[in-house]
Design a protein around this ligand. Sequence first.
Ligand code: PLP
Length: 497
Amino acid sequence: MKSSPAGDMPAKEFREEGHRLVEWLADYFQWSLGNPVLSRVRPGTIREGLPSIAPEEGEPFERILSDFERVLVPGLTQWNHPGYFAYFPCGFSTPGALADFLSTAVSQQAMLWRTSPAATELEELVLAWLRRALGLPEGFEGVIYDTASTAVVHALATARHEKAPEVRTRGLAGRGGPAFRVYGSEHAHSSVDKAVITLGLGHENLRRIPVDAEYRMRPDLLAGAIEEDRRAGHEPLAVVATVGTTSVTSVDPVPAIAEVCAGQRLWLHVDAAYAGAAGILPECLWAIEGMERADSFVVNPHKWMFTPFDLSAFYCRKMDLLRAAFGLTPEYLKTSEVSDARNLMDTGFQLGRRFRALKLWVVMRYFGLEGIRARLREHMRLARLFADWVDREPGFERVAPVPFSVVCFRAVPSGAGDGDAVNQFNERLLRVLNDTGEVFLSHTSLGGRYVIRFAVGNIRTTETEVRRTWDLLRELAGSSGASRSSPAGPRPEQPQE
Ligand code: PLP
């Protein structure tokens, strides 16, 4: 259909294409089950499959969708496949996807209250729901950012504004004085590194504090590092504690860290991007213990609360300070609304804001807190089941506790020792496992050991995919059923001593 010289797609066509799209997606969710989780395309394939210049004439939507299916679908790594166990799975649910479509279709941009009262006030409401579900005090005001990476930049910038408000005007160079220091454990996420780089604090001013045998920050060593830095003339600024570290999902001892921060007057930001969601389970309250003493914390419903990427819930008990750090209203954005109307543009460096709250609201209403809790519990049960199989299998070992839904393990072929050969074996094992196309897992490194991570978090995952992963692993590692040929071709070679 040739597009008319002005105006949008005709209403009749929108209705037809919208129906077609939903039908297509419903089929796709079925079709995807039998297709590779990790995309198999080679770099450049997608670019080469499509014209390098934009069409002069409009094209029918049907043809565009057909090209999407033909060229782009093979390049989709299927984050919403039930066999997806890599990194932290992406929050996904079909109600969440429908809400995202709705949000885009009603086209809201919530920079000012008046540019979207609905988006502004729903954001406030839904963040209060989540905060209450976590049992945290009302003193925490929330704002939705795209990611936890953005949240930590805002947390550290606000901490800096509290200590040195003149930086806003004069910059760090204008301030002079000692270098600010930020602390996180050896396992804190790389977004903390990027935040100190972004804020001009200097990468070398992020101090990595050693962890205990269960990968949790050592508060005694944190206190020691702060003292040492003060003696050396630095200015300790903030600590980032992690609830659910990226590699092993360990939980830093937040109450003890909060004690250190209070004594030293340091900002405490808690990165609960992944495991914060577990705080809505009464049996996991231990994980968020002490979070009420933080200055700020972040939880990512797009990681483990069935909310499609992206939606990161940031809470701060000094949001007015954050507003002072970032607030700036050019003439054209001045409005006459006074009262208690809040403008979301004041809560960060970003002006425009998507209507993200809608999808979290829909997800929380559609599943209900009990429905979300049931799904989180099921994911934790599946992870424990998998961990139990690993523990009972002589050719494998688990290398970290399993507090939530991630299992870190590796194959230990008999007589292989503990060197590079075992690492290479596991690397190959992971590659051939992922090459089967049935599942997708990722890895980490712990104390020089190459470790495979099995992360349950996808709403579509059931015990069937968990068992299948384990069967494939045993088969491919050759520790059981090795005589059977693997669907992926050759098994990884046994390490040479
Ligand atoms: N914090 C932790 C503990 C993470 O594991 C991750 C990503 O996996 C992040 C922060 C960054 O998350 P985002 O992609 O929302 O920036």
